[in-house]
Design a protein around this ligand. Structure first.
Ligand SMILES: Nc1ncnc2c1ncn2[C@@H]1O[C@H](COP(=O)(O)OP(=O)(O)OP(=O)(O)O)[C@@H](O)[C@H]1O
Length: 297
């Protein structure tokens, strides 16, 4: 069993996953650096949710390896994977999935309380994150009293508050109006960057996808402002397509500045072996979809 490159916090190789014999992921390999923000795009049914579910330990791949730092996730029992998810990962789904009987701060504090954090410390962290995400005034309200965009911010606070190593976000802006999408994505990615949290998110949202940047060209899309993700990966029919795009200079605070497309050399291509998408360029069945959308608490 090969160990993953040291500088990748998350590393997967040769992932396969099928639903009843129908392949959803085929030979997918990916490396994500600590602190990196990676978006995964692709048409409907291309395998984005399945990939996120495998990487986050919700689904066990039918073949392939997944490493979280030095932990071989693919060899863990279901219980150990659950513990790892609870202790080290955050999850933001396309629906906020808050507990209706709990207030916003109680929802945001729940993963910490389940992790054994004391109630005062959990409450303090939850309220601080709600404030950071501009929903501090909602802390004592129940989800039914909030707008959908506010509920999604509470869900983001719930994912970030325990200081996870990685937040997985599956179509986090899907239920929002167009005007709120960029704002919520920016809030999530800015908060993650500030706290050095790695993010892997799926989206159809063009705001997250990285434009091909031509250095020195004033018409280059990057001139319009910073992009939200450091890299975009494209899935087509369960396979990573050649569309690995590395971040340009507009991706503020990006650690994804390896040889695979710094300075916006967009067409990084699949680095390494077939379908291998990595931030560093030199590194070489059990559940239904419903489970993938369950709370990661
Ligand atoms: N629980 C399931 N049972 C059977 N097939 C499934 C299940 N979940 C997903 N699939 C199939 O697996 C393939 C990949 O689905 P997946 O949801 O991962 O793609 P996606 O890119 O996230 O799609 P979307 O953008 O619509 O959410 C699709 O063909 C889908 O129909």
């Amino acid at each position: 069993m090969a160990a993953p490159p040291d500088n990748d916090v998350l590393w997967a190789r040769g992932l396969h996953y099928s639903y009843g014999g129908s392949p959803a992921l085929q030979d997918v390999s990916i490396g994500v650096r600590a602190g990196e923000i990676v978006s995964v795009t692709g048409p409907r049914g291309s395998g984005k949710t399945t990939l996120l579910s495998c990487l986050s330990g919700q689904l066990a791949p039918h073949d392939g390896e997944i490493w979280f730092n030095s932990v071989p996730v693919h060899t863990l029992s279901r219980t150990s994977r659950e513990r790892m998810r609870r202790d080290r990962f955050g999850w933001v789904g396309s629906k906020p999935q808050l507990i209706p009987e709990l207030t916003a701060w109680e929802n945001a504090a729940l993963p910490m309380l389940l992790n054994g954090t004391g109630s005062r410390a959990a409450r303090k962290a939850a309220v601080e994150w709600l404030e950071r995400l501009d929903v501090g005034e909602c802390a004592r309200k129940r989800p039914s009293a909030l707008r959908q965009s506010q509920r999604q911010r509470v869900a983001i606070a719930r994912a970030l508050a325990p200081a996870p190593a990685i937040v997985f976000a599956d179509e986090p802006t899907a239920p929002l109006h167009q005007a709120e999408r960029a704002q919520v994505l920016r809030t999530l990615t800015t908060a993650a960057r500030t706290h050095d949290i790695t993010v892997v998110l799926t989206t159809h949202d063009p705001a997250v996808m990285l434009p091909k940047v031509t250095p020195g060209d004033p018409q280059s899309p990057d001139a319009a402002g910073p992009t939200l993700a450091d890299r975009n990966l494209t899935l087509v029919d369960g396979r990573l397509s050649g569309g690995l795009i590395a971040a340009g200079p507009g991706a503020t605070g990006s650690p994804g500045s390896g040889p695979n497309g710094t300075e916006g050399d967009g067409e990084g291509g699949a680095a390494g072996g077939k379908g291998m998408a990595t931030g560093d360029g030199d590194s070489d069945g059990e559940d239904s979809k419903g489970a993938a959308c369950s709370l990661s608490v």
